[in-house]
Design a protein around this ligand. Sequence first.
Ligand SMILES: Nc1nc2c(ncn2[C@@H]2O[C@H](COP(=O)(O)OP(=O)(O)O)[C@@H](O)[C@H]2O)c(=O)[nH]1
Ligand SMILES: Nc1ncnc2c1ncn2[C@@H]1O[C@H](COP(=O)(O)OP(=O)(O)O)[C@@H](O)[C@H]1O
Length: 204
Amino acid sequence: MMQKGAILVLSGPSGAGKSTIINAASDEIGEYYFSISTTTRDPRMGEQDGVDYFFVSKKEFEEDIKAGNFLEYAQVHGNYYGTSLKPVNQALEQGKLVIFDIDIQGHRLVRAKMDDITTSAFITPPTLKELETRLRARCTDDEEVILRRIANAKEEIRAVGEYDFTIINDTVEEAAQKFIIVAKAARLKQSREDEEKFIQRWLG
Ligand SMILES: Nc1nc2c(ncn2[C@@H]2O[C@H](COP(=O)(O)OP(=O)(O)O)[C@@H](O)[C@H]2O)c(=O)[nH]1
Ligand SMILES: Nc1ncnc2c1ncn2[C@@H]1O[C@H](COP(=O)(O)OP(=O)(O)O)[C@@H](O)[C@H]1O
């Protein structure tokens, strides 16, 4: 089946500013579908089921894995996170840009399956020190969780070269502007014709 849409994968350490940047740019990137992940982690204060994540038990998650419901899934910071296949395929069939906020393992899996329509950006604060400051200022996680996320960030940063773009989140305005350009580039992969078909048609 020929997919009409395109995929934009965003990764980066927890606290990099992925949600902040998507929100800041959302009015200027045209119609898109943000993929709501399923997770076994506990909801944070203010998070809503079906809006931020679909919050499920470990047992439910493992049943979904068995049923083949995930496009990709991974364990991050000790919890399961996964992208459901069905809504993503629906959005792609409607020709939408589908935005993922997933970790580096998820990016590799999406690349392996849908490389031809995928663009990716790694978002990061200017330094590890600044990341630590922002994670603490966000006040959503306890000390143990923050330390685990920082340890993870030191590993995740090594995957930066696997991404098409790096967006350094120094100021939100600048990072959002860069993100808008990346989203435009990602859309250029929409309705990409099969390579062989294109060549045959071009040759006439
Ligand atoms: N592979 C994968 N990673 C995900 C998915 N959803 C979220 N993540 C990643 O899981 C990590 C933790 O996310 P979260 O608990 O929301 O913490 P936050 O990044 O601090 O907001 C982040 O790196 C996300 O990009 C998913 O569906 N699949
Ligand atoms: N450019 C920035 N300067 C200062 N603080 C920022 C910036 N971008 C994001 N933040 C703050 O850093 C914290 C982490 O951002 P968030 O968007 O939640 O990250 P992520 O979604 O990548 O985990 C939030 O409290 C957010 O308000």
